[in-house]
Write a protein that binds this ligand. Sequence first.
Ligand code: IPE
Ligand code: IPE
Ligand code: MG
Length: 242
Amino acid sequence: MDFKSKLNRTKIPEHIAIIMDGNGRWAKKQGYKRTFGHKNGAVAVEKTIEAAVEIGLKYITLYAFSTENWKRPQTEVNIIMSLLVQTIKKQTVKLSENNIKLEVIGDIKKLSKKVKLALNGIIDSTKNNTGLTLILALNYGSRQEIIEAVKSITEEVKSGKLETENINENIISEHLFTSEYPDPELLIRTSGEYRISNFLLWQIAYTELYFPNVLWPDFEKENLYEAIYNYQQRNRRFGNIG
Ligand code: IPE
Ligand code: IPE
Ligand code: MG
């Protein structure tokens, strides 16, 4: 099926968020270790970014590591992190060639020096690019993000910079990691799990959800186009009567 050619080019979402799930199961199914799945997951990331550039997405947010993923065995965490550094380094030239800007949401203070160095290098070298903004959610947890927002809003009220009665949706949004981005129109979670796992809770209030039954390393460009095609058939009412 060729979903790319069926897309309505005037109705491409601006922002798509993806929960890239199923690496471990993909590997286990073939008798390999979970880490083999993470390696192949990185390949799917590359293809997805290419697809996003091809159809002119403005923002793509990829959930790469959650605040809860630290519970995993240390060896697995280490491999995810080193794959991250490798992938970032490998992509440096390609990102700039494609005018992609890399940004990160999440608490990156807790990441290792090596990861931070690689990340900051490429964030800096791509900061003037004007095409796709690629947002990596790393050590990201939506509840933690909301807690931090509440804390800083409280401080602003205490210092007299903000009145309690002026707190509204915009004020909350402005205090989240995602303050510079529009809310995603479409959220995709692979692997056949139907949950959000602490991702963008505030931001997805009216996002369309899509759950393809494919494990992340098997995710192809066509899967992204199919998700967008599916999104384009929907009637978004936002509480109105449509
Ligand atoms: C997603 O795949 C990658 C990360 C969470 C880092 P998983 O590692 O969760 O794979 P499954 O869900 O166990 O198959
Ligand atoms: C969500 O996947 C986090 C990422 C994809 C980075 P998980 O595999 O961690 O989620 P749960 O544990 O199945 O909810
Ligand atoms: Mg998982």
